[in-house]
Write a protein that binds this ligand. Structure first.
Ligand SMILES: [Zn+2]
Length: 324
């Protein structure tokens, strides 16, 4: 009888232990799911990535289209011809069709532009890279060009705020800037991802999107003096899409002395790719686009946003707008 009771007791204890194990497992399992979301997204991106392996490995495909593809740097003449003929054939016709077929209003998205104020960053090749972009440059040149590009998808960017934002001067920030200025792409053309958390640290936390705002109608562009050699932009997906661009660049000259990035340039004659185009490209990533085209906004040269990309980006734009 006593034995029986002991057995019964230990059976009960076992059941309790089982119960706790299940609870712990469930809790741990859920938490793990959240943590791995990001990785899973990456996997999806990589699986779906139908472009070159460079882009796949650049992870996230959130990088400004990589100039390491020789096409950008060398094949100027051919590509320009291709680009302009593509635009004539696709860009214009599509736009006309869209305009006439549905009278839907533009999707208005709020953009917060951060002009990162700092002493000039000195490049080893000599340039003193100051922050030269003004609010007027943003309102009068960059924004109209962005809206010209995004009108293909009937997306209209409106300025929520332009902030002249001093970089955060934490202990060791100068070394971090030094690192950013010297960062390079590796042999495979992949940019140095270690510079991204440093750029993020230079951002004033009070001007970032809050956790809730990350899903809402608020988009960010940070214009820094420079964001790394031969790099013009990064959508900063792992950092809440607080996207960065540089107002000095040496992408066009393969890493030589940087020059001021052009604010805009003719959409029919690609020269370097402008700040307005790079910003439009990065916001394309924020709206879910990948490098899934050729000689278009999202890859190489050009400005075209194709029909599939219009569908993806407008769906994401509407979702973000409705989350307020
Ligand atoms: Zn890109």
């Amino acid at each position: 009888m006593v034995l029986h009771r002991v057995n019964f007791k230990s059976q009960k204890t076992n059941m309790k232990i089982c119960f706790y194990i299940i609870i712990v497992f469930l809790l741990f399992g859920c938490k793990k799911d959240n943590n791995t979301l990001f990785d899973e997204e990456n996997v999806i991106v990589n699986n779906e990535g139908n472009a070159s392996s460079d882009e796949d490995e650049n992870s996230n495909t959130d990088e400004e289209e990589n100039a390491s593809s020789d096409e950008d740097e060398n094949g100027n003449t051919d590509e320009e011809e291709n680009t302009s003929s593509n635009e004539d054939e696709n860009g214009n016709t599509d736009e006309e069709e869209n305009t006439s077929s549905d009278a839907e209003e533009n999707i208005k998205l709020n953009l917060r532009v951060h002009l990162m104020q700092s002493e000039a960053w000195i490049h080893p090749k000599g340039s003193e890279m100051n922050m030269w972009i003004t609010e007027d440059d943003v309102r009068d040149s960059i924004l109209p060009e962005m809206n010209s590009i995004w009108s293909q998808a009937k997306i209209e960017w409106t300025i929520e705020q332009i902030i002249n934002e001093p970089i955060v001067e934490y202990t060791g920030f100068e070394e971090d800037i030094e690192y950013i200025i010297n960062s390079k792409r590796n042999d495979q053309g992949r940019s140095d991802r270690a510079r991204l958390p440093l750029l993020h640290k230079l951002m004033d936390p009070s001007n970032l999107s809050s956790e809730m705002e990350l899903e809402q109608n608020l988009f960010h562009i940070y214009i820094f003096p420079f964001i790394g050699n031969t790099s013009q932009g990064n959508s900063m997906r792992p950092f809440g899409y607080h996207s960065v661009v540089g107002c000095w660049t040496n992408k066009f000259n393969g890493g030589e002395n940087p020059e001021k990035t052009l604010l805009t340039e003719s959409q029919t004659e690609f020269v370097r790719g402008s700040l307005a185009r790079t910003i439009s490209h990065e916001l394309g990533h924020v709206l879910g686009l990948r490098h899934s085209c050729n000689n278009c906004l999202m890859r190489n040269k050009g400005y075209v946003i194709n029909a599939e990309q219009i569908a993806i980006s407008t769906e994401e734009a509407r979702r973000r707008r409705s989350e307020n």
